[in-house]
Write a protein that binds this ligand. Structure first.
Ligand code: SAM
Length: 249
């Protein structure tokens, strides 16, 4: 269980809590005083306990306590039942690719685009954006460096579609693929850019060290590789921790 991504462990904790409560109620062991709204609260407590037992961080306790209340409110609402799977599908289309990597969707700012452009070598250039999102950095670089080649890999279908459409006029030197960043061989790239989250950084570093050629550059926006000193940091405006970390292979 501890090896599963946190989101699956949270789902397992909720299902377990629900089944436990159901079994107790079916067996006639749930006192009348604890039925109704109180049972929803009990489910939250059971789910939070199970979640901690499954190794979830304390930050999951509040969502697990509150989710049964939210589900109860939704089930009582007048909206037709098909709206919930539809909502789930839309969420998966936008955020699904980052669910297991534990990477949400947010965007590099224009200062990061400009800094990346400055980092691109003057000679032959192949650049990869791992988790391309809506393709902002990719389009900016491809437009300003027609002599280079720019590839974005994006796992969530909706951001992929936006990035693909956005870079359509730049097809001569820019491509966007729907798929996992873990499947891309980094050997062919001079600059690899990632704006992900703290969770995948150790694995990304292992991959980069295995695949990237000596002298090439791994650039991480905001998230440091634990235990590795970057060659340089480029501060960015905006959030206090915003900066580009440069790791030379
Ligand atoms: C923080 S956004 C960065 C977007 C873009 N690179 C930028 O800087 O504006 C991270 C993106 O990585 C995508 N992502 C997360 N895990 C991924 C994976 N395993 N493979 C490909 N893309 C992934 C997410 O869907 C999200 O769109």
């Amino acid at each position: 269980m501890h090896r599963l991504p946190p989101v699956l462990r949270a789902c397992a904790a909720l299902v377990l809590a629900y089944l436990l409560l159901l079994a107790v109620a079916r067996a006639g062991l749930l006192p009348a005083a604890l039925q109704g709204a109180k049972a929803v609260g009990i489910m939250g407590i059971l789910a939070a306990g199970a979640g901690l037992g499954f190794g979830l961080a304390p930050g999951w306790v509040a969502p697990l306590l509150l989710l049964p209340w939210a589900m109860d409110a939704l089930l009582r609402s007048a909206l037709p039942a098909w709206t919930w799977p539809l909502g789930l599908l839309l969420l998966l289309l936008v955020f699904g690719g980052g669910l297991f990597t534990r990477v949400p969707l947010y965007h590099s700012n224009r200062a990061a685009w400009a800094a990346l452009l400055g980092l691109c070598p003057a000679s032959l250039l192949r650049f990869a954006d791992l988790g391309a999102g809506f393709g902002g950095p990719l389009a900016h670089l491809a437009r300003n460096r027609p002599d280079g080649f720019f590839l974005g890999v994006e796992a969530s279908p909706f951001p992929f579609l936006v990035a693909w459409l956005r870079t359509l006029p730049l097809r001569g030197n820019c491509a966007v693929r729907l798929g996992s960043l873990w499947a891309l061989d980094l050997a062919g790239y001079d600059v690899v850019y990632a704006f992900l989250s703290p969770a995948p950084m150790p694995r990304l570093w292992e991959k980069a060290r295995r695949e990237m050629r000596p002298g090439t550059l791994l650039v991480s926006n905001t998230f440091e590789i634990p235990g590795v000193t970057p060659e340089a940091r480029i501060p960015l405006p905006g959030r206090r921790d915003a900066c580009l970390y440069l790791y030379r292979m």
